[in-house]
Design a protein around this ligand. Structure first.
Ligand code: 5GP
Ligand code: MG
Length: 195
């Protein structure tokens, strides 16, 4: 099925809003069980995990016997610039006020592809004194992996394609779509119908 409002030949819908909500709830149940009764720092990776982090935090807050105290923080990572190729050394910026010493941290990113972003943030967090660091993603592109990084919680698999929606953009477009879709030819400007 095609994503609503977008020319069908450009975007192919992979997961709809309800499938995404169910996957987030499933991740929250698994995470809540593992961190039951313990404080947890949920660290969202901006910009892509803007929605995922918020939705996961809300889903975690309604699971009985979840983390005792959940705090939410964000890191800023940029790897693509304007294209669609990942960068082995993404730039990562933390909130200068954030403190990770001795804390259990769960990194939340919307998607893992090469793994470079998660691996970089994970080692940054250990360098900043985190007690434990785990990785959680909503979408997993296993074929893209270029480095070994543990993905402790993975929601939905995606094929080897460039995908957009639910926080994922192509040159700042499509981020606000509630479904996930693959963009067939990212280098060709997608055509959006005028009506
Ligand atoms: P990595 O290759 O380091 O695992 O992923 C780098 C970053 O690129 C991720 O944090 C994510 O924001 C973004 N990314 C990875 N795959 C895709 C994709 O298919 N589409 C979009 N829009 N972003 C992606
Ligand atoms: Mg982007």
């Amino acid at each position: 099925m095609n994503a609503p409002g977008i020319a069908g030949r450009d975007l192919q819908r992979l997961y709809g809003r309800e499938e995404i909500e169910a996957a987030v709830a499933g991740l929250a149940r698994a995470i809540a069980g593992d961190y039951s009764g313990r404080p947890l720092v949920l660290l969202g990776v901006l910009k892509a995990a803007l929605y995922f982090t918020a939705d996961l935090a809300r889903a975690l807050s309604v699971v009985p016997d979840g983390p005792r105290a959940l705090s939410v923080d964000y890191a800023w990572a940029s790897s693509y610039g304007r294209g669609t190729e990942s960068n082995a050394s993404p730039r990562v910026t933390f909130d200068p006020a954030a403190r990770f010493e001795g804390r259990d941290v769960l990194i939340a990113d919307t998607i893992v592809d090469t793994g470079w972003t998660l691996a970089t943030i994970r080692s940054d967090l250990y360098r900043r004194g985190a007690a434990t660091v785990r990785q959680c993603v909503l979408f997993d592109k296993p074929s893209g992996r270029r480095t070994e990084v543990p993905v402790d919680y993975a929601g939905l698999p995606v094929p080897a394609a460039f995908v957009v929606g639910y926080g994922l953009d192509y040159q700042e477009e499509y981020r606000t779509m509630s479904c996930l879709a693959s963009l067939k030819d990212p280098e060709r400007k997608p055509t959006v119908p005028s009506s």
